[in-house]
Design a protein around this ligand. Sequence first.
Ligand SMILES: [Zn+2]
Length: 250
Amino acid sequence: MLIDTHAHLDFKVFDNDREEVIERAFKGGVEKIINIGTNLESSRKSIALAENYRNIYASVSLHPIDVEKEEFDFETWLKLAQHKKVVAIGETGFDFYHKSDKKKQKEIFKYLIEIACKVKKPLILHSREADEEVLEIIKNSKLPPMPGVVHCFSRDFDTAEKFLDLGFLISYTGNITYNEERANSVSKIPLDKIMVETDCPFMAPAPLRGKRNEPLYVKYVAEKIAEIKKISFEEVADTTTENAKKLFVL
Ligand SMILES: [Zn+2]
C-alpha cells in the first residue's frame, strides 16, 4: 500500500469527479492521502475533505506564490493548524520562479514555522529555485520535533544531503520519471528518508505526462524509485508508507 503525501484534490479541476478520483485511489493501492492547502480557502477545503474521508488528512498553508493575495492572520492559521486531522504545516518556503514578493514570502514562511513548532507538527517545504534561502531560514529557526519533508525534490544529492542533515525527509513526484537528471539523487538517498507523492493535478508521471495527475498514479513514482534502486516495488511501498506514518503520525 502507498501513501500519496502531497495532493491538491480541493482544486477546481477535480470538481466534476472528485469522489471517483478518491475511490480509484483507495481501490488501486493507495492507503492514505494528505491533501495540501495552499491558501485560507484551500486549507479549509482540505480540512473538510479530511473530515469526510477517514483516510484523507490535511496540511494547511499560505503557499509562497499566494502570499500577496490575502492577509495572514496568525491566530486564524494557528487555529486551523490545531485541527486533529491536520498533520502538517505547508507547503511553505520560497518560490523564486514565480514573481511573488520575497519579503512577504519570508514573513509568511517564518510565521508558518512558528505555528508548526507551537502545534508540534512537521513542515512541508516548497523550494523552487531557492534552496540556499530555504536552508538559511530553517538552519536559523527553531523547528518542530520531527522537522518535516522537502516536497517535489528534483535537485542533486548534495542539496538533498543538506536537508537530510537538518532532519528533513525527501519526497519525490512524477517528475523523476521525466529525465535522469531529476532522479539523480534517488540512488544515493536511503529509502528510510524517502516519501512519495503526486502533487496532483500537476507532475503527472511519464506515461501520462501533460495530463491531469491523481493520487492513483503515485504508484509510478514508487515504481521508478524501485527501478533506480534495483529493489522491489513492495519494498518501496512498505518503507515509504512507514516513513509517512511516522512523520505525520497517521
Ligand atoms: Zn503542491
